[in-house]
Design a protein around this ligand. Structure first.
Ligand SMILES: Nc1ncnc2c1ncn2[C@@H]1O[C@H](COP(=O)(O)OP(=O)(O)OP(=O)(O)O)[C@@H](O)[C@H]1O
Ligand SMILES: [Mg+2]
Length: 311
């Protein structure tokens, strides 16, 4: 019996067998990491930045050799919030790896030590820091970087939506971060962002502190043929069919952005039936509406129509 499963991953990490293409980009990122270079990774939204970084970080060559830290700063609005997000990510990704690293974290982060909690059962410090506890963000930043320098493996920090730092009310954050980052010898960075103009200004304008401080990696949509092969294989393995006209239609509507997700959602909303000429099927308009509800920005950007004509 064929199971009614969605052959696409629509949330969480993607298992390597469901990860489509990005062969060159993954190799570039991996090479930069081994060469101890910082990387600026840009693309429009939902093009696959986070998935690419996760995919590379999960490779044994990276996982076994490096300590990786991921922090998403999209929702931070001040430098203090940045420090809390960064400190939390370093605690979760680094300090929890061993008792020694956890104890060292407390020793290094003196400015916050009064705010740490304690797990009496495990006899371990816990990171219960609140925003109000971050009294001196500059000082805490130096402490966190000092800690990363002492970790017994090289550290790779990915900061997602890095352009957000330009919106903080504090004016010196960019210069301050740059000053620290260029002195680090045990840590490299992936600065990832979806606001191309802001990211490019930061990294390619000679007036800015981060000017030419990172290798640029830009994600474009996955090529049509490559994605079609991938989608067809996944549908086949899930015991379903995928009409190439249907794929063409979805690819065109979303211009390659979130194709995986879109087809997955489309497929799910079609209740597991084979994905065939979508606009000729009863209820197609309803399915598109469903997708529109779930990923409205894709529609806002590319203005697909309720039920466009297929070629
Ligand atoms: N190479 C890939 N193969 C299969 N699915 C992918 C691939 N890259 C991305 N996806 C899927 O596309 C969607 C968007 O990917 P992701 O979240 O990585 O993009 P992003 O650029 O980080 O987005 P945002 O700008 O919102 O942070 C996810 O549902 C993910 O599962
Ligand atoms: Mg992302």
């Amino acid at each position: 019996m064929v199971k009614n499963i969605n052959p696409f991953v629509v949330s969480g990490k993607i298992a390597p067998e469901y990860f489509c293409d990005r062969v060159k980009e993954a190799a570039d990122l991996e090479k930069s990491i081994h060469n101890q270079m910082n990387v600026v990774l840009t693309s429009p939204r939902r093009m696959g930045k986070t998935s690419l970084v996760d995919f590379v970080f999960d490779k044994p060559e990276i996982k076994d050799e490096y300590v990786t830290v991921s922090v998403d700063i999209l929702h931070t609005t001040t430098f203090r919030e940045f420090i809390l997000a960064f400190g939390t990510a370093v605690f979760d990704n680094v300090a929890t790896r061993s008792v020694k690293l956890r104890k060292q974290f407390v020793t290094f982060l003196k400015s916050l030590s009064a705010s740490f909690g304690y797990d009496t059962i495990q006899n371990m410090p816990t990171f219960d820091v609140k925003l109000g506890d971050v009294q001196n963000p500059e000082y805490t930043l130096a402490e966190i970087f000092g800690y990363l320098e002492k970790v017994d493996k090289r550290c790779i920090v990915v900061i997602d939506e890095f352009q957000q730092i330009t919106r903080y009310p504090e004016k010196n954050v960019e210069a301050l971060l740059r000053t620290h980052i260029q002195k680090l010898s045990n840590t490299n960075f992936v600065f990832s962002g979806s606001q191309r103009r802001l990211m490019e200004e930061m990294f390619f304008s000679s007036k800015r502190p981060f000017f030419q401080s990172a290798k640029s990696l830009r994600l474009e949509p996955i090529a049509y043929d490559v994605y079609l092969d991938f989608a067809t294989r996944n549908f086949r393995e899930a015991g379903k069919g995928l009409a190439s006209e249907a794929f063409a239609h979805v690819y065109e509507v979303f211009m390659g952005v979130t194709v995986a997700r879109t087809i997955g959602l489309y497929h799910r909303s079609a209740k597991g039936t084979a994905l065939r000429h979508p606009c000729r099927k009863t209820g197609a308009r309803h399915h598109f509406h469903g997708i529109q509800q779930e990923i409205p920005f894709a529609f806002a950007k590319f203005k697909p129509i309720g039920c466009p004509q297929t070629a």
